[in-house]
Write a protein of this length. Structure first.
Ligand SMILES: Nc1ncnc2c1ncn2[C@@H]1O[C@H](COP(=O)(O)OP(=O)(O)OP(=O)(O)O)[C@@H](O)[C@H]1O
Ligand SMILES: [Mg+2]
Length: 396
């Protein structure tokens, strides 16, 4: 058996070994270890393309020290290795210590690296990275070496792709399992909330009657008041939760949005006055009607106006603007409140996220869902300290 045949056999068993696992890390480690063995090299490393960041990320190395491992990700565009990716052809550098285009020649010197061969990792459709092989002494890689390495690289690329597909499938399965669990939990808790409604109503009615019967100076009068307030809070929480867990499809009618807004502003009027908030209405008389569920849109406006007022601790102006823009009717609710920090911004629309004491954190997620069921959009823009604007866009 000649030397090439021997190496081909070695390659065959290496290929089998690499693809005998679907664990991505394990595949990557095996590729670099076997590349070193096959080429009797000092170091082998795998750099994979991170498409989102536009970098080449060291994914595994064999034979390298910590200094080499600590090298940062390389920009795909500017690195010498990028030639391998763009041309799809191997790169052969006889001595990296002498090569001016090789940027980390000091690390190469420390590691005792000399000749580099870099081979593209090619799958059926694309190049996913490179396999680098370094020797410790000058070596002239001949055509057979390059062919062998190219075969190893293509086997490796397939094994990496399979392992990635396997990982993605596992992640998808896990996500599905989680969301099924959440859905089951949702149904269960919606059922529970529904069941709690009746006893809560009974208790509320009885406490109301008790309150009526008690003399105003009774020792229990204040306690009963507190019980009533807390019961009202529980009812609200349950109603909000049910609204969230079992949304009703909208009942569409021609609605004049400015009239819905007027009705909602009447509701918040007393609260606005107590808080020293001035409400400015800014809309034209002749606005087109939209197809909408008036009750649901009123709920959206109420949530947004309450949020705006709750953000204005020291009073101020609350401006409501309604206008036609690009085939939609825009309603903007602008406050002069605390604004929203970037951390809060990221979580605003998550159900049950609230920074307010006593807040259920459902207001915005319910509102967003209602607006989306109207084929509309709800957008919030804010600068901490400079107030917040929430814009509801409904199609005309
Ligand atoms: N106009 C606003 N200005 C500043 N922060 C806001 C504004 N609107 C919403 N937020 C922030 O978003 C969070 C979530 O709002 P959301 O309406 O969903 O819940 P909540 O108001 O806390 O409770 P509730 O369910 O009773 O409405 C609030 O706790 C608040 O931190
Ligand atoms: Mg709210």
């Amino acid at each position: 058996m000649n030397a090439l045949q021997e190496r081909l056999e070695a390659l065959f068993s290496i290929g089998t070994e690499i693809s005998s696992t679907l664990q991505l890390d394990e595949v990557l480690n095996r590729v670099t270890a076997q590349a070193c063995r096959l080429m009797e090299a000092r170091v082998a490393s795998l750099l994979l393309i991170d498409a989102e960041r536009g970098t080449l990320r060291p994914a595994a190395t064999h034979g390298a020290s910590d200094a080499y491992l600590a090298l940062p990700d390389r920009e795909v565009d500017s690195s010498l290795i990028s030639q391998v990716i763009t041309s799809g052809r191997p790169l052969h550098i006889p001595d990296v210590r002498q090569e001016t285009r090789y940027r980390v020649s000091d690390v190469a010197r420390q590691e005792g690296l000399c000749t580099l061969v870099s081979i593209p990792l090619r799958t059926k459709t694309t190049i996913i990275g490179v396999l680098n092989v370094y020797t410790g002494e000058p070596r002239c890689f001949d055509d057979d070496d390059l062919r062998l390495l190219t075969l190893l690289a293509s086997q490796s690329a397939i094994a990496i792709e399979n392992a990635r597909l396997h990982r993605d499938e596992m992640e998808t399965r896990e996500r599905l399992r989680q969301s099924e669990k959440l859905a089951a939990l949702g149904t269960l808790s919606a059922g529970l909330a529904h069941e709690l409604r009746n006893p809560l109503n009974t208790v509320s009615l009885l406490t109301y009657a008790m309150g009526q019967d008690l003399a105003a100076d009774s020792a229990f009068a204040a306690d009963v008041k507190i019980v009533q307030t807390e019961l009202a809070r529980m009812s609200l929480l349950i109603e909000q939760f049910l609204e969230f867990a079992r949304p009703r499809p909208p009942h569409f009618q021609r609605e004049r949005i400015e009239e819905v807004m007027e009705e909602t502003l009447l509701l918040i009027g007393p609260e606005a006055r107590t808080r020293g908030i001035r409400v400015v209405k800014d809309w034209a008389r002749q606005l087109p009607a939209v197809w909408a569920d008036g009750t649901q849109i009123k709920q959206v406006f109420l949530n947004l106006l309450l949020n705006a007022m709750q953000a204005m601790d020291h009073g101020g102006t609350l401006t409501v603007r309604i206008a036609v823009s690009g085939g939609s009717l825009l309603t903007a609710i602008m406050d002069e409140g605390t604004g929203v920090s970037p951390e809060v911004r990221a979580k605003l629309f998550e159900p049950f996220f609230s920074t307010r004491q006593g807040g259920t954190g459902l207001g915005l997620s319910i509102s967003q869902r209602i607006v989306e069921s109207h084929n509309g959009r709800l957008r919030l823009s804010s600068q901490p300290g400079a107030g917040t604007a929430v814009i509801v866009r409904l199609p005309l």
